[in-house]
Unconditional design. Structure first.
Length: 374
């Protein structure tokens, strides 16, 4: 088994790490307070090439694999987990959905445009609080001549506040269908109605559809047959959430270790005390185990027909590791850890929010058990 990144994977990992540490990290706290991200930062992400990571070179992307995607998301999340979620929404969920259907010629242009980052895109499917229930879709799509009319609301869509395009699912007479919609389209509006605990820089918003009329080309795939593409996007969601959680955990451990070396009690750094050493050691072991499960799942997605069990293990382990490691970092910082002046407070909130996105830990256990039993 290969444990080292290949040349292409290492190149994208190094490039994203340099950008994340040199550009993103300094403004992460301000973006968290604002609850959104400026368009200039999204443009910089696009120029980095991450929006086309998994798109074939023939369609304007980099043509990289899922391991490269996991590496890139981890690096981004170590600086700003909310921005990593923006990339996940665009690359894994939106483009992942498009790659799972037979695109019309006009949709190939969409794919190329999105691969270049010309239009940040979000994927809006489930409509409950944190998209835990994949079957909660009440947005309606009704045929109108050769086109469609959409009515309803997609609630609490992370990254909807900073995107230009959405791929949304809706209930039609034929069943679950998917559509591509520009936010500039007549009848489409965004409303910021929630203040999430974490991942705030992603920009959460409701997407409102009020008699939105689309042409026939607004439909992605076949009417009533969106469930296969939805399942493909949800698999990528589990992989991406695991990678982002890993980045959060890694940064929390780094900050905890730095503080332990700087903080002096009884005449010596608290890093010399055994209870502190054990906390740091436990966190390091758990992060490394989560990373191995993540990379195994990413590899399995590229090389096997069914990676559901590996994905459930990776998603479950990574998010629970992130919450534990962030909690230890808070405790190690003492009272300072609960203030906005110290980054571990934000990482703690991000970790807990990730733990609930696109499937709770309990649901991951159920899915894993079903995969093992099949």
């Amino acid at each position: 088994m290969q444990f080292l990144a290949n040349e292409q994977q290492a190149m994208i990992q190094g490039g994203v790490r340099k950008f994340a540490e040199g550009t993103l990290k300094a403004g992460a706290g301000a973006r968290d307070v604002a609850g959104t991200t400026a368009p200039e930062v999204i443009k910089q992400l696009a120029e980095l090439g991450v929006f086309g990571l998994t798109v074939a070179e023939a369609d304007g992307g980099l043509g990289l694999d899922r391991v490269a995607l996991a590496l890139a998301l981890e690096e981004l999340a170590a600086a700003d987990a909310g921005l990593a979620l923006v990339v996940l929404q665009h690359v894994a969920l939106s483009i992942g959905h498009m790659q799972a259907v037979d695109l019309l010629p006009e949709h190939r242009g969409w794919l190329t445009y999105m691969a270049g980052g010309g239009a940040p895109c979000v994927w809006a499917h489930g409509e409950d609080a944190l998209h835990r229930d994949a079957d909660t879709v009440t947005l309606r799509a009704v045929r109108d001549g050769d086109g469609w009319v959409l009515n309803g609301v997609k609630r609490n869509v992370f990254a909807a506040g900073v995107a230009d395009v959405a791929i949304v699912t809706a209930q039609s007479a034929e069943g679950l269908s998917a559509f591509g919609v520009m936010f500039s389209h007549a009848g489409v509006s965004r409303q910021r109605t929630s203040e999430p605990l974490g991942l705030r820089s992603a920009g959460i918003a409701d997407i409102v559809f009020d008699n939105v009329r689309l042409s026939a080309s607004g439909l992605f795939g076949v009417a009533g047959q969106a469930q296969t593409a939805v399942a493909a996007a949800q698999r990528l969601a589990r992989l991406g959430v695991a990678a982002i959680a890993l980045g959060v955990a890694r940064e929390a451990l780094r900050l905890a270790g730095r503080y332990a070396n700087d903080r002096v009690q009884f005449g010596k750094p608290i890093a010399t005390f055994q209870p502190i050493q054990w906390q740091v050691a436990n966190s390091a072991v758990e992060i490394d185990a989560a990373r191995l499960l993540l990379h195994r799942a990413a590899w399995a997605m590229d090389h096997t027909k069914n990676a559901d069990a590996q994905l459930a293990m990776a998603r479950l382990t990574a998010t629970e590791t992130a919450t534990r490691v962030a909690d230890r970092a808070i405790q190690l910082h003492g009272g300072y850890g609960y203030t906005r002046e110290f980054t571990v407070e934000r990482l703690y909130r991000d970790a807990w929010t990730l733990d609930s996105l696109w499937g709770s830990p309990g649901l991951q256990r159920v899915q894993l058990a079903r995969s093992l039993a099949s």
